[in-house]
Design a protein around this ligand. Structure first.
Ligand code: HSE
Length: 440
């Protein structure tokens, strides 16, 4: 009979406490599936006194994360403290350096130090598993790293932040402002402590950088991701999207292009019939495109104690089984350097909302400027003043009216140049709203 895997858990917040509970509740199933049991032998957290509703009798309390990481009795160190700095980083390095396996849900740490940690794990023979870092319960890390090892992925994209999807869903369904929905997301505990991390796209960028590395064999690097958040999106944009057959989602997209791997996070118009367009509320979804896989979409809860613990325990189970995949699916020193893609070279369709002077010749001027740069229009809609009030716009005869353009694929450089020319023509007021379109 093989002895149970001995586990030490640093961090007993929502995810840590749920992980202890799940291991306990599924002990016999884990023993059968892994061929050996899984036993939490020691834990550590900021406060020992805090009430967690856990039965920790028989579990040692380690002095600090570093002591736990190097505890000779521990085979698998589980880091659930979060943060891209200390104590998480030093504790993980110490555990890997001691040849132990590490399981973490820490997207920030993997996005920042993943390459170095992977090299350390490979050198010392331990596993470095981080399924819970992206999409919580959605097994997307394993899917890219193992399930699609024989497939050349062309594009991976998805809704990786529940807070943003919740905000956009409520704005669309109830016509509420961004600020109102953000307040509710905070009240319900969806948003990170600093909501800018969610709504400005950084949380999505960290997760995307991990997916890009797994999908394309690039070095994981958050700085290689172009990032825009959702705070400029208005209920008018969401309504226009609906009328035009689209929905607006904050997407993380990593795609193979002629000039390299493009990694970008921005509000995106997606066709209403696409899989990701169906995903509402805090749910996450990831779509993977590649030859012969036509594409695959995984949908599920991307945050929360139980959903995240599900992935953490699956990673621990792999350690118990003796499975040790390379952290990024290939040797860390074979990962290719990656740099931020110049967005001016991005190619795709665009949604453009302009506030235009309601005079003869305005639409012709706009169309001419676009045509001069070879930009072809899929549609152009000018709101009649009577209908403009539906879009929250004043209907005084002289006030500007919204003009909404959908372009066919063009370069971002050409589109920006055309808009600058239109601004110089003084036929529009304010800044144009531009949203990239992602076709499925
Ligand atoms: N704040 C994140 C979200 C939590 O809204 O999805 C999970 O990383």
């Amino acid at each position: 009979m093989v002895a149970p895997l001995t586990v030490g858990i640093a961090g007993l917040g929502t995810v840590g406490a749920e992980t202890v509970r799940l291991i306990e509740a599924n002990a016999s199933q884990l023993a059968v599936r892994c061929g050996r049991g899984v036993r939490v032998v020691a834990v550590t957290a900021r406060s020992k006194a805090k009430k967690r509703g856990l039965d920790l009798r028989g579990v040692r309390w380690a002095k600090d994360p570093l002591a736990l990481a190097t505890d000779p009795e521990i085979e698998c160190f589980v880091e659930l403290m979060g943060g891209d700095g200390e104590p998480a980083r030093a504790a993980i390095e110490a555990a890997l350096g001691a040849g132990k396996s590490v399981v973490t849900a820490n997207k920030a740490l993997i996005a920042k130090h993943g390459l170095r940690l992977a090299k350390l794990a490979e050198r010392h023979g331990g596993a470095l598993n981080f399924e819970a870092a992206v999409g919580a319960a959605i097994p997307i890390v394993k899917t890219l790293r193992e399930g699609l090892a024989g497939t050349a992925v062309d594009r991976v994209y998805g809704i990786l932040n529940g807070t943003c999807n919740y905000i956009l869903t409520r704005m669309e369904q109830e016509g509420l402002s961004f600020a109102e929905c953000l307040k509710d997301a905070q009240r319900l505990g969806y948003a990170e402590a600093n909501p800018s991390f969610d709504v400005d796209g950084h949380d999505t960028a960290q997760k995307l950088s991990i997916l890009a590395s797994l999908a394309f064999g690039t070095e994981v690097a958050q700085r290689a991701v172009y990032v825009e958040g959702i705070s400029s999106i208005t209920p008018q944009d969401l309504r226009a999207a609906e009328e035009l057959g689209y929905r607006i989602k904050l997407l993380g997209v990593a795609v193979r292009t002629k000039t390299g791997i493009e990694q970008r996070v921005h509000p995106t118009m997606v066709p209403r019939a696409s899989s990701v367009a169906q995903v509402m509320g805090v749910t996450n979804a990831v779509t993977i495109d590649g030859a012969g896989i036509a594409p695959i979409t995984l949908v599920g809860p991307g945050a929360g104690g139980a959903a995240t613990a599900s992935a953490v325990v699956a990673d621990i189970a792999d350690v118990a089984r003796g499975l040790r995949a390379l952290p990024f699916g290939r040797p860390a020193d074979r990962l290719k350097p990656t740099k931020k893609a110049p967005m001016e070279r991005h190619e795709g369709g665009y949604y453009i909302r302009l506030m235009a002077r309601d005079l003869a010749g305005t639409a012709a001027t706009i169309a001419t400027r676009l045509a001069e740069r070879g930009i072809s229009l899929e549609s152009i809609v000018q709101r009649h003043p009577d209908r403009a009030s539906d879009h929250g716009i004043s209907t005084r005869p002289s006030s500007p009216v919204p003009v909404i353009l959908i372009t066919y694929a063009t370069s971002e450089d050409a589109m920006r140049g055309a808009l600058q020319a239109v601004q110089r023509d003084k036929v529009i007021s304010g800044r144009p709203q531009v949203i990239r379109i992602e076709k499925n």
